[in-house]
Design a protein around this ligand. Structure first.
Ligand code: GLU
Length: 279
């Protein structure tokens, strides 16, 4: 029996300095890749033109190297792969799996009502079914460039299940727990969901290690994996790190940024001493 070689990836977004939560997730990814004798790639998730900055690209690599992480060089950047994402959009379009959406964020928020509580509470609102065009409505063609949002039509009522390697079985019902989601944005860029799936497929990623805030997104991505490739990687969603008040770390937590800790003379060894793969 032969096993596929392990291929993982680190996929930070250069929208700020990495903090201890990122460090722990990326360290877990590195440990798991190392234990499997596999390869770890570095993906620069720089599609958000408004928020990504070149100095953060340099800083995130520098901070992770300082921590002792290594990966297969060179890193690759999503902003350089737009033709690949467009091809995937065309494939989804040819399969009739997407439709143009003219609703604003506000329309969706108002129609979706009060945000739900519990798991996935920080997820985007479920796109209302009444906003969908009928399944047999003629599908407008794609343009050279897109100036409308395109959404994926989820199979309403289908239960999706995956076994997370840390958190165990995860289930969600399409149309109830998550709705039609963006694959392409009206500023002519792919959504995170589409870009990450295209990359994970094309780079032969066998295991995705990332933060638990993305568990809900994984269900959307499974639908895209099915539509575009069918080889679905394994998933390991690392628990999120919180501050002393129980608030999840965000890039505004400068006090816990690796940069800040470094400047204060904190050593990589003392940071890694607090990490464990299973916690
Ligand atoms: N760049 C994404 C983030 O920082 C991670 C995406 C992923 O690992 O799929 O949240």
């Amino acid at each position: 029996m032969t096993f596929p070689t392990y291929r993982g990836r680190l996929a930070p977004s250069p929208t700020g300095y990495l903090h201890l939560g990122h460090a722990r997730t990326f360290w877990i990814a590195a440990v798991r890749a190392g234990a499997a004798g596999g390869t770890l790639l570095f993906r620069n998730d720089d599609l958000d033109r408004g928020r990504c900055r070149p100095e953060f690209v340099a800083a995130m690599q520098d901070d992770l190297r300082w921590l002792g992480l290594t990966w297969a060089e060179p890193m690759f950047s999503q902003s350089e792969r737009l033709p690949r994402y467009r091809l995937a959009l065309q494939r989804l379009h040819a399969q009739g799996l997407i439709y143009p959406c003219h609703r604003s964020r506000r329309d969706v928020l108002e129609a979706a009502g009060a945000p739900h509580e519990g798991p996935g509470a920080d997820d985007e609102p479920v796109y209302p079914l009444e906003f969908r065009p009928p399944a047999d409505a003629p599908l407008p063609p794609l343009g050279e460039t897109e100036s409308v949002n395109w959404r994926f039509r989820v199979p309403v009522g289908r239960e999706l299940v995956f076994r997370d390697l840390r958190a165990g079985d995860q289930r969600a019902v399409a149309g109830r727990d998550f709705g039609d989601f963006l694959v392409w944005r009206k500023d002519d860029l792919p959504s995170y969901q589409l870009a990450t799936v295209v990359d994970d497929l094309e780079f032969g990623i066998t295991e995705v290690v990332r933060g638990a805030d993305l568990i809900r997104s994984t269900f959307r991505q499974i639908l895209l994996f099915e539509a575009l490739g069918r080889t679905i990687p394994a998933f390991f969603h690392a628990p999120l790190v919180t501050d002393d008040h129980g608030v999840r770390l965000a890039k505004r937590h400068d006090a816990l940024a690796l940069r800040t800790l470094r400047a204060q003379g904190v050593t990589p060894a003392s940071i890694l001493a607090n990490f464990s793969v299973s916690a």
